[in-house]
Ligand binder design. Structure first.
Ligand SMILES: Cc1cc2nc3c(=O)[nH]c(=O)nc-3n(C[C@H](O)[C@H](O)[C@H](O)COP(=O)(O)OP(=O)(O)OC[C@H]3O[C@@H](n4cnc5c(N)ncnc54)[C@H](O)[C@@H]3O)c2cc1C
Length: 391
């Protein structure tokens, strides 16, 4: 079997890469190890407006459950600040929480269907076990379907195999993860009449979600994704989640668990005949753990560059570097800044988080001058030392 482009992984990174490669008239095969694309959901399902702009798609009620207007940040001492009360300051944007809550089971499958309509062949319940190499260049994959092993040749392989990716490691592009860079998450979809319909809530505190945060993302009327991510402690994310949801009079209809890589992107996302995208490339926001709005542009570029390389008959690393250059122009600065913020947030005490929320509350509706912020930091010298590089 031979294809121009083989894509490993069939969720958001894989379907978008294969869609944009197929749109550019090359032969594409997408391989997904699960028997159904889009399940299990490992996502709180929030995304930005830019997702649909980049895909050149209209958001449809088939896979958009809710439109979020704003958000609330809850400090460890239960005080809170609403995003709409903030005036833009430094990198804080009061529109930061605007976006959609998707139904990713439907959305991911819809993207795969669009990709198939554009010409992509899809194999489900098929696991890629190895990369084929010739003279050091990647030239295909070894896959297993229902006990049968097959070799599939390809001019370009795109690895979109998610957080547990071993393709990037096999291609020599990634070292094993530092466990402190992986956030363990657990989430319930809960039914409860008290959830806001157009507001996300984020909860911080060492007792709530050490090394991460808890979230409430509204879905359809009366349901929400309620979950959290943690790093470090001996208790599991599920144990923290059980404690957290006890505050709601709610009942679950779904439980999901998963890992989120918060290390920032890998150093190199291409080699001869090979590209890596999405969580596999760690193209994920290290503070929020949001990976859809970052994966979407990268996957589109990966598909387009792979098709161009095939048509130019040059699938060398030197050609495929175009992908690495192009996605870094779009999102690398955001991810680098976010990683710096995550490293500061890792060191914040609950008292310092409480003080920050109090400061923002005292500045409600007012322009926050740098002088006012520095005066506030003057009363918190440790905090000043931590955040000075971000200013
Ligand atoms: C609990 C949780 C909540 C999250 N919430 C949000 C959120 O609200 N907003 C947001 O933007 N992001 C969120 N994220 C992150 C987001 O889900 C990911 O960044 C995004 O799904 C990455 O897409 P991907 O296609 O790169 O990888 P994945 O979605 O992980 O897809 C990888 C696919 O590859 C397949 N695969 C793996 N190995 C192989 C193989 N060897 N052969 C064949 N197939 C293979 C897998 O089965 C899977 O279908 C969350 C993550 C978690 C865990």
């Amino acid at each position: 079997m031979k294809y121009d482009v083989v894509v490993v992984g069939g969720r958001i990174g894989g379907s978008i890469s294969s869609l944009f490669a197929s749109k550019n008239d090359v032969d594409v095969l997408m391989i997904e190890k699960r028997q159904e694309i889009g399940v299990p959901v490992q996502c709180a399902e929030g995304t930005t407006h830019s997702t649909f702009e980049i895909l050149e798609m209209k958001p449809s009620s088939r896979y958009v459950c809710a439109e979020v207007e704003t958000g609330t940040i809850h400090a460890p001492n239960e005080t809170y600040i609403n995003a709409e009360d903030l005036v833009e300051f430094n990198n804080l944007d009061k529109n930061i929480a605007k976006g959609y809550i998707l139904d990713r089971k439907v959305f991911d499958k819809h993207l795969a269907i669009e990709s198939a309509k554009a010409g992509t062949d899809i194999m489900v319940k098929t696991t890629v076990k190895d990369l084929m190499k010739k003279d050091g260049k990647i030239c295909g994959v070894v896959a297993k379907h229902m006990g049968k092993t097959m070799e599939i040749k390809a001019d370009v392989v795109i690895a979109a195999d998610g957080v547990e990716s071993n393709m990037a490691q096999m291609a020599g592009l990634k070292a094993p993860d530092n466990p402190m860079d992986i956030c363990s998450c657990a989430q319930y979809e809960l039914v409860c009449s008290d959830f806001d319909h157009d507001r996300v809530h984020l909860y911080f505190g060492r007792n709530i979600a050490p090394g991460g945060y808890a979230w409430v993302f509204p879905k359809e009327e009366g349901t929400a994704n309620v979950g959290l991510g943690i790093r470090g402690p001996s208790e599991t994310a599920y144990q923290y989640l059980k404690k957290f949801i006890s505050k709601f009079n709610a009942t679950p209809v779904e439980l999901n668990v998963g890992g989120v890589p918060l290390s920032g992107p890998i150093d190199k996302t291409y080699t001869d005949g090979f590209l890596v995208v999405g969580d596999a490339a760690r193209q994920i926001d290290p503070v929020t753990g949001g990976g859809t709005f970052t994966t979407v542009p990268c996957a589109r570029i990966a598909g387009e560059v792979a098709a161009e390389a095939v048509k130019e008959e040059d699938t060398s690393a030197a050609f495929l570097k175009r992908y690495d250059d192009a996605w870094r122009v779009k999102i690398e600065d955001i991810l680098k800044m976010s990683l710096k913020c995550r490293k500061v947030a890792d060191k914040l005490t609950d008292d310092e988080m409480n003080a920050l929320v109090e400061f923002l509350n005292n500045s409600k509706g007012k322009e926050i001058s740098k002088i006012a912020f520095i005066k506030f930091l003057g009363k918190h010298p440790r905090l000043l030392r931590l955040v000075k590089d971000l200013l």
